[in-house]
Design a protein around this ligand. Structure first.
Ligand code: M6R
Length: 608
């Protein structure tokens, strides 16, 4: 989604700001822009499309400036276009960039039009520039104007603003949209994503909701929602170039798929002994709290929700706990009943997904025992606002399609399942068996990645089709859903997932020679039933691509039967995810889509 970067420096900042925008391209965007203070004017460049086009414009125009703001926009209000791209301006004096949504924009826009302001975009953001201009004209400083504007704004926002009258300072504000300050030498930055300025500094200050900050090259001042000057902690994070570059891979998604043995190792390492999970790995006091848990509620979105669906099976089988799972975007609206001794679990790669965060905040008002998040970004809002957390340590995930984030979430969620079982003294032998399985998982994933050549043989067959079905049963149904999501997300092939037993209740009507069917057939008590479901597909002309345990036998005619490496049955969902990721990637590669930044999608969905 939208990305903000701003800088006040003693050197020229144009290039730094554009580099920062490049670093945020992975988030998904449709246009980009920059405003650079040039003492007696402000250079204002915007382009529809890639940041590279903005960079080309900068190279042609060579604006020089030591103070500026820049933005990548992901359209919410108003189509993707140059006039809707940020920065937006008022009277050629005040320039702003904004992430989030201003919910009361219609009424504010009308009142500003009555005040004589003309709008040149369809966005909900432009009014912020006019509001600031209004208060500046009434004699306020930019800092005070921002507080006055904030008092009017409803919704989520991260804002950065500059004023023609001041070539030294910029002002930023945060409410429910991520924003941080980065401290450099003789320069200070602000950004919505640490990756944007990770090349420039290792010292970050994460602003809190309600904060407004004034930033110059040498100093910054943060005021909280009550306008009191406050000190916020400085966090040191080393975001190395290696983590954010593709290396020898064609795409970040490819790199992230092949990083999974190490990523899963990073999740499990230091959290288990040889036969059990360690105490309090979710934070001090977590083991004690877990002992009281009688029921689980999971909320998440997209791929993270699929991880939650697998976990619901694990919780029942290993920790003997009932689990309710909801789309984070739906949870608040169903008037949920919270049983006594319920634990809330949120799952999120970014930790900034607006729906998941809103669900957590809603749940915090309910009678939960506590909240736990499984998250990849320790500095995220979800991490900060949850009672307990386990960080997946997967490293930055840049590809919009989640890969290593999903498998590491599953590893983390298995640790959570084991911790809940242990705190209630349940199934010690089973726990020991699974811990062994978790420790050998990186090797099994490495072997699974070696299936690439076999997958390459089948990818052209899917790449030439418009639809695909994914089948799995039990704990593999969420994996089939994840496989279908991956394929549709990056190749734009319409894909659906079904528990195989449901086929004859409707979807079987879709089967013909143009409907490839991808099935997951691990060794399990329902393998035989699954094979019968697959026979039904074959009998109707469907082509089968089956990922199966060596013990499963099925004749797939012109399709393919790919034999999977073996591991503990309860961990096989993690392993069977890998070939589906490779398949989607290779199919998308053949179809020539924008794999790392698929159309219409954003990496971090910070609007509800
Ligand atoms: O950062 P989160 O895990 O909270 O994101 C949730 C979804 O937006 C995300 O998983 C999305 O579905 C992925 N792009 C799927 O690959």
């Amino acid at each position: 989604m939208c990305g903000i970067i701003a800088a006040a420096s003693t050197r020229n900042v144009g290039k730094l700001l554009v580099q920062g925008l490049h670093k945020m391209e992975y988030r998904g965007y449709d246009s980009a822009g920059i405003a650079l203070h040039q003492h007696d004017s402000i250079a204002h460049l915007r382009t529809l499309g890639k940041v590279q086009l903005l960079e080309d414009k900068m190279i042609a125009e060579k604006p020089k400036s030591k103070l500026g703001i820049a933005h990548t926009r992901w359209a919410t209000h108003g189509e993707p276009s140059e006039s809707n791209a940020h920065p937006h301006k008022s009277q050629d004096k005040v320039y702003i960039v904004h992430n989030g949504i201003i919910e009361n924009y219609v009424e504010l826009r009308e009142s500003l039009i009555e005040d004589g302001y003309e709008f040149s975009s369809q966005t909900d953001s432009e009014l912020i520039a006019h509001l600031l201009d209004l208060y500046l004209n009434q004699g306020s400083s930019m800092l005070d104007a921002m507080f006055l504007a904030k008092a009017k704004l409803e919704g989520a926002y991260a804002i950065a603003a500059i004023d023609l009258a001041d070539d030294q300072k910029l002002v930023v504000a945060r409410n429910k949209s991520p924003l941080l300050i980065g401290l450099g030498t003789d320069e200070i930055f602000a950004a919505s994503d640490p990756l944007a300025i990770g090349q420039l500094t290792n010292e970050f200050i994460f602003l809190e909701d309600g904060d407004v900050a004034e930033i110059s090259a040498e100093a910054y001042e943060i005021r909280d929602k009550d306008q009191n000057t406050v000190t916020r902690d400085i966090t040191n994070i080393d975001i190395s170039n290696q983590a954010t570059s593709k290396g020898d891979y064609k795409h970040f998604m490819e790199k992230e798929i092949y990083e999974q043995p190490q990523a899963v190792l990073n999740t499990v390492d230091g959290r288990v002994t040889s036969d059990d999970v360690l105490d309090n790995i979710f934070g001090l006091g977590s083991t004690e709290l877990f002992a009281k848990v009688k029921r689980i509620q999971i909320v998440a979105c997209g791929t993270s929700l699929h991880a939650g669906r697998v976990t619901a099976n694990w919780l029942s089988a290993i920790a003997e706990l009932p689990c309710q799972i909801d789309y984070a975007s739906e949870y608040r609206y169903k008037n949920p009943h919270v049983d006594k001794n319920s634990l809330l679990i949120t799952i999120s790669q970014s930790g900034e997904t607006a729906d998941t965060l809103a669900a957590l905040r809603y749940a915090n008002e309910k009678d939960y025992l506590g909240s736990v998040t499984i998250c990849n970004v320790p500095t995220s809002a979800l991490a900060r606002e949850s009672d307990f957390a386990l960080f997946t340590n997967a490293g930055p995930e840049i590809g919009v399609a989640s890969t290593k984030a999903f498998t590491t979430q599953l590893a983390g969620l298995m640790l959570l399942t084991l911790a809940l079982a242990k705190s209630r003294d349940l199934n010690p032998r089973l726990r020991g068996r699974i811990v062994k399985g978790l420790r050998s998982l990186p090797d099994v994933i490495t072997k699974t990645l070696e299936l690439k050549d076999e997958i390459l043989k089948i990818s052209p067959n899917l790449a030439s089709k418009d639809n695909a079905l994914f089948l799995g049963r039990g704990i593999f149904y969420p994996i089939a859903k994840e496989g279908a999501l991956k394929l549709k997300e990056i190749s734009y092939i319409h894909a659906e997932a079904y528990p195989a037993g449901e086929l004859k209740h409707g979807p079987l009507a879709l089967i013909d020679e143009d409907m490839p069917v991808v099935a997951l057939a691990p060794e399990s008590e329902i393998a035989e039933k699954l094979v019968s479901n697959l026979e039904e597909v074959k009998a109707r002309g469907g082509t089968l691509y089956v990922f199966a345990d060596p013990s499963v036998s099925i004749d797939v005619n012109e399709g393919a039967l790919i034999t999977m490496p073996q591991c503990d049955f309860l961990l096989t969902p993690i392993v069977y995810t890998i070939p589906l990721q490779i398949l989607s990637y290779e199919v998308a590669l053949l179809r020539g889509t924008d794999i790392d930044q698929p159309r219409n999608l954003a990496k971090s969905v910070t609007v509800e």
